[in-house]
Design a protein around this ligand. Structure first.
Ligand SMILES: Nc1ncnc2c1ncn2[C@@H]1O[C@H](COP(=O)(O)OP(=O)(O)OP(=O)(O)O)[C@@H](O)[C@H]1O
Ligand SMILES: [Mg+2]
Length: 459
């Protein structure tokens, strides 16, 4: 991380050499020759650390220190003082200076002191940065949910977030927002200023799972890193451990996870010291875990431990009210990203958007909007911009070759057509656009024929 350091000193030579030294360490440096100038720059530039000469013409070092501390009580200020005035420096320490250096000093001394001062700033900046990231994401409406079903899920999530330790299980098809919901819960929880660490259970080879989760001591096995390695449980200390695709955990790993949940303690691989596991566990799966338990693929004791509270995110096709708000949300986001100005969706395009089944759920919806906003021009999303969705749908089910069967007694052609229309409407649960697509005709052609045969709306 690059930091901004303010140097206030009236000796030009010392200023110059500090400037060079700090820049070599990779920092931004701002320089002032008097206390007044220093305070002005302090307000304008908000530096991360101040190096302050004790003796200054005009207002002196202690006055500058006091004003700086009034504006930012947390900022580390390092006092530079001449031999023989150490008592004064001690007094500055009482006023809140971080440390002091006696002139003349060497570069190593500056380096180590500045580094120490910045460590605190670093940590604070990182936490602030994380916070701003979260706030950006969840800034009112980061999670879209206007449907009743989604409101219920979010309401429950907000409630369970308040607890420190309750284990949660999030179920839902691919792309429904399980990871986003887990992050949201973490953000609202008392653990929010500590890490959120995801671990993809399906992607870790079963022999490596234990060392991924718990880490290992040095020399734990051949090929182990010299220094040993930190595990995810330790990385997530005081925060949240997100076990994604928990249904993919191999049986040996299921036992390990169960033990952490039961005992809240663990050993590093090759370690003898018991370590405390201070994490909340949120697990997610796109499988129906209960039926995996019945099939014998998932331990029932682990299932019960994980399933203290279950949050089920329904697929997009079961909460259609969310589709257009999500679409608009992503339009705004990608407008900003690609400097476009889409602001409307045509009526026809809306119909297509609403009738498409979105098998990839919100991820697919997001990718669709991204593609349109990136590639198309203008301010309105049109039906033709969505034609690739219809093609995709067509690809899923190849049209079967049609072999007519004509009974010797003959048939009524109109009746054949009527029966096929009824069948298509039934399969598509009354959705006319999709039924029309299945029959290779337009929606209006279908409406015409439905009228002709007296077919009423289904569903
Ligand atoms: N309610 C929502 N509002 C806004 N964006 C959402 C919402 N739900 C999901 N998203 C976005 O959709 C994408 C997919 O979400 P996420 O990765 O959380 O899904 P998932 O359920 O974990 O998927 P998978 O099972 O494939 O891992 C992400 O870009 C996420 O930010
Ligand atoms: Mg996921």
């Amino acid at each position: 991380m690059r930091f901004k350091i303010l140097v206030i000193d009236d000796e030009p030579i010392l200023r110059e050499s500090l400037d060079v030294a700090l820049k070599t360490l990779g920092h931004n440096v701002i320089i002032a020759g008097t206390g007044e100038e220093g305070l002005e720059l302090f307000s304008k530039e908000s530096p991360d650390l101040v190096l302050l000469d004790h003796w200054l013409p005009g207002i002196n070092g202690d006055e500058v220190l006091q004003k700086v501390k009034e504006r930012d009580p947390e900022i580390p200020v390092i006092i530079m003082t001449a031999q023989g005035s150490i008592e004064l420096a001690v007094n500055s320490m009482k006023m809140g200076a971080f440390d002091f250096m006696v002139k003349p000093f060497d570069l190593d001394q500056i380096e180590s002191l500045v580094k120490k001062g910045l460590e605190r700033v670093h940590l604070k900046k990182e936490v602030e940065w994380l916070r701003s990231q979260y706030q950006e994401r969840f800034r009112s409406g980061g999670i879209i949910g206007v449907s009743q079903k989604m409101k219920e899920v979010l309401g429950l999530a907000e409630k369970v977030a308040q607890s420190l330790d309750t284990t949660l299980l999030i179920e839902g098809e691919t792309g429904t927002g399980k990871e986003l919901l887990a992050e949201y819960i973490h953000f609202l929880s008392p653990r929010s200023s500590f890490p959120f660490i995801p671990i993809n259970c399906g992607a870790i080879p079963k022999d490596l799972f234990e060392s991924e989760l718990f880490g290992y001591e040095k020399g734990a096995f051949t090929g182990a890193l010299e220094k040993g390695k930190m595990g995810k449980v330790e990385a997530a200390d005081k925060g949240t451990l997100f076990l994604d695709e928990v249904g993919e955990l191999p049986p040996s790993a299921q036992v390990k996870v169960l033990r952490v949940l039961e005992e809240k303690e663990y050993f590093k691989v090759g370690g003898v010291e018991k370590k405390k596991a201070d994490v909340r566990i949120i697990a997610a799966t796109n499988k129906d875990l209960e039926s995996e338990v019945k099939k014998g693929n998932f331990r029932d004791d682990l299932y019960f431990r994980l399933n203290v509270v279950k949050l089920y995110i329904p697929p997009v096709r079961e909460r259609k009210e969310d589709i257009l708000p999500l679409f608009r949300f992503f339009i705004d986001r990608f407008n900003e990203q690609f400097k476009k100005r889409f602001s409307q969706i045509s009526k026809e395009a809306e119909e297509d958007i609403l009738s498409y089944p979105w098998p990839g759920n919100i991820r697919e919806l997001r990718n669709t909007v991204e593609r349109i906003v990136l590639l198309e021009k203008g301010d309105t999303i049109l039906r033709k911009h969505l034609s690739f969705l219809v093609e995709k749908e067509g690809q899923v089910q190849e049209r079967a070759e049609f072999k007519p069967h004509l009974p010797s007694g003959g048939i009524v052609l109109d009746e054949v057509e009527k029966q096929y229309i009824l069948e298509a409407l039934k399969v598509k649960k009354g959705n006319k656009l999709q039924a029309a697509k299945m029959l290779g005709i337009s929606r209006s052609a279908l409406l015409y024929r439905m009228g002709k045969y007296g077919i009423k709306n289904l569903g």
